[in-house]
Ligand binder design. Structure first.
Ligand SMILES: NC(=O)c1ccc[n+]([C@@H]2O[C@H](COP(=O)([O-])OP(=O)(O)OC[C@H]3O[C@@H](n4cnc5c(N)ncnc54)[C@H](O)[C@@H]3O)[C@@H](O)[C@H]2O)c1
Length: 323
């Protein structure tokens, strides 16, 4: 099969691209350096023989991308906190306008289309969310994702075989530098505190990236009805401060943190109901938090000469988007 992956140099997209290529498919991997494609991930992909085509989905010609059996659309502007203020226009550009343009070119050729959406569309959860629950997006990011879902559902009405995957707080090697586990682990390795927003009592369905990749590949291949929405998340929720403790235990010392006000748009709980993904894909997240965190920690140690030597090593490394 010919498979297009957008956002191929991103955290999740880079793992997905490698998995699709390793399964023997022809991959057209695209990302935009001008939109934040990670140089480190580009280099890692190059090491495994994968070249990423530089393409901004909002400004460049997308016709070549429609010539595919499957389009896995992961490109976008993630992050709830950063979507407030000036970030809102960026979120709308890369999550909504980019999706609209990509769907336009796909409409004529009809590839199977998978959208990476987000658990944030649900808002706060007091029980496991199911895909038929009403949504309550509470941030510009969440609204941009729910608008992208609407575009995709319209395309389904027009006959495009589309699937929407709602990812829940993904972690693992190559996690984005703005995400909590990345900051906590780096804080411990570098010895400079990471922000802890609110009291750390917020719970998330933290989901290991390998499990997310597996669900995405299955969704790309399964004969799902057009417009199917699936939660891709670990069914067990964990409080941020408990995850912080686990990281401390795995590293042998607690990551230093500095208290910050609860961030706008930060929900108290996300919680993945995964019965539909299990029924339709035979998928469930299998990686436990300790196992996934250990793999992420190993990646941090390996990628940062000096930081791997122990707590306090690797002074002065910047938070950056090259991880
Ligand atoms: N990481 C998570 O926990 C999580 C949770 C829910 C949903 N998602 C969604 O999954 C997708 C991947 O997330 P991630 O964490 O890997 O993010 P990421 O930022 O690491 O990857 C996104 C990639 O998209 C690219 N991109 C952005 N705008 C583009 C454009 N206009 N044209 C071409 N490329 C563009 C960026 O350069 C980046 O490499 C995103 O759509 C995100 O909203 C992620």
């Amino acid at each position: 099969m010919r498979v297009v992956v957008t956002g191929a140099a991103g955290f999740i997209g880079s793992h997905l691209t490698q998995a699709v290529a390793a399964a023997g498919h022809e991959v057209l991997a695209v990302d935009a350096r001008s939109r934040g494609a990670s140089p480190a991930n580009l280099a890692e992909l190059a090491r495994t023989g994968i070249t990423v085509t530089d393409c901004d989905l909002v400004t460049d010609d997308l016709a070549p991308l429609a010539d595919a059996d499957v389009v896995l659309h992961l490109a976008g502007r993630p992050g709830v906190r950063s979507s407030f203020g000036e970030g809102e226009a960026e979120a709308r550009r890369d999550n909504v306008a980019a999706t609209a343009r990509l769907l336009d070119v796909c409409a004529a050729r009809g590839p199977r289309f998978v959208l990476a959406s987000s658990s944030s569309v649900y808002g706060d959860a007091d029980r496991p969310c199911t895909e038929d629950d009403p949504i309550a997006p509470g941030s510009p990011y969440a609204r941009s994702k729910s608008d992208a879902e609407t575009l995709v559902q319209r395309a389904a009405d027009g006959g495009l075989p589309v699937v929407v995957l709602r990812y829940f707080s993904v972690y693992g090697p190559r996690q984005r530098p703005d995400m909590a586990f990345h900051r906590f682990i780096e804080a411990a390795l570098v010895g400079s505190p990471a922000p802890l927003y609110g009291d750390g009592g917020q719970s998330r369905s933290f989901t290991y990236v390998g499990d997310v990749v597996e669900a995405t590949v299955r969704a790309a291949l399964a004969p799902l009805p057009p417009g199917t929405v699936l939660n891709v998340g670990h069914p067990v929720t964990v409080r941020v401060r408990d995850a912080l403790d686990r990281i401390g235990t795995l590293l042998g010392a607690p990551p230093p943190t500095v208290p910050k006000d609860r961030a706008p748009g930060d929900v108290t709980r996300t919680w993945a109901g995964t019965a539909r993904a299990t029924e339709l894909l035979g998928w469930t997240a299998t990686t436990g938090l300790d196992e996934g965190l250990a793999r992420q920690i190993a990646w941090h140690r390996k990628r940062a000469p000096g930081a791997g030597a122990g707590i306090g090593a690797g002074q002065g490394r910047r938070d950056r988007r090259t991880g």
